[in-house]
Design a protein around this ligand. Sequence first.
Ligand SMILES: [Zn+2]
Length: 509
Amino acid sequence: MKRIAILGFSLESNAFAPPCKRWDFEQRGYYRGAEITELARKEPSPLYNGIRGFYAVMDEKYGVDGWEPVPVTHAASQPAGPVEEGFFNELLAEFEAGLKAAGTLDGVYIAEHGGATATHTHDPDGEVFALVRRCVGPAVAVVASLDLHCNISEVMMDSADILIGYRENPHVDIYERGAEAATLMDEMLTTGVKPTAYRVRLPLVAPSVTQLTAEGHPYGDLIRLGQTKLDDRVMNISIVSGFAFADTPKNGMTVIVTTRNDPEHAKALAIELAKAGWAEHERYQTNMMALDAAVAKAKAVGADAVLPSLLFADPADNPGGGGRGNTTYILKAFLEAGVHGAVFAVFYDPALVEQAQAAGEGGTFRARMNTQETANYSDPLEWDARVVRLHDGEFVGRHGMVAGKSVSLGDTAILALDGITLIVITKRQQCLSTDFIEELGLDVVGARSIVVKSRGHFRAGFQHLFPPERIIEVDVPGLTSPNLANFDWKGLPRPVYPLDPETTWTPPV
Ligand SMILES: [Zn+2]
């Protein structure tokens, strides 16, 4: 019976955000042992979808009792700053103890994000991968799934047999990539095939909002080109765009081709795809709207119910990239301009929720924002508010990346601030779908404008109501601003496009 260990560390680190620690993982998702297996087979489940996809394939192939999962630990945080060294070392020790106690294994599935940094190293993901390989030895199959916002190190390449990156942004294929990890691992175990991988990294650190994979976007075009090259020789092609804000020397769009023991073909194909990617590098351009123009648009649709409603995104304060989810640039501008019919979903401020709870449903109070927040850009703001509703913030999603998943916003307060509805939450996260509004009893279709703090994942969960032409990315400051020139970079390999517009690249020989 095949015995497969399952573990992973999932964090996307923004070098400009405050460090994160055990609490951040415990709040989002820290699971151990049998609980992982239980949640992997349950629906809905809060567990990482890749693990659920992995179990589904193995259960399908062998039956629930025909293989033996050996779940160790899966620790996932909301994207944040670098992980603190002390906690990270405790987590490594937990992985090590679990693998040592596991006995003889056939494989290890690492469900990793791949975009982490730590306070002591730019490559904690590499430390996880190296630890796994050290514990299980060279003969055991090690397969990892990774977010396409991962930054790949040499250690990660050397320690795992197969690295599988997402192919969709928004990430609606996490489950499928976990399933693919199981399929390819099973192929290794049953046929004995030896995967051989080659990777090429480009000097291209694309702004987050330019990495969409829909039709007409350069990154999606490149990924689709890659998928046309799959054949009997090629196990997997992953093209990961990386996470700029990690600010590491391993940043840069990376092509990884894994073949069935055909290293020369892996290399030739990886270089071919990297050349195709570089040929289009000038297409990675942002297209954001200035705040005053966005305010004018919101005001216009708020005043005229015949105009189609608009969806405004604040990609610079995206909790999905380490943003705090509570900057007030757009909110303040909308309030001061007297915008009507706008819904802000969602705003992270536990202290403000406490104020609302004290006022009670229907109560009025002076809402004071960001009284407890210390991060840059999260400025205080005060406004008169009425408590429309208090909610436990628990629901099961129906759209986009949370379809079929249980979601917890923590205690939630819905406030009315003049013509604006503000949804205030206590668990920091981005708004991923219309569920984040509807499930709280609010009207999405009737809203004249909606403002989300999200870089792009919201698109999958709003596409049934908002086509791309009614989505506006607003250019305001923040920890995740797509204007990369706003930041003091320390780790990125330079020169790099588009920060250094004259960057050139020479393919490996
Ligand atoms: Zn991602």
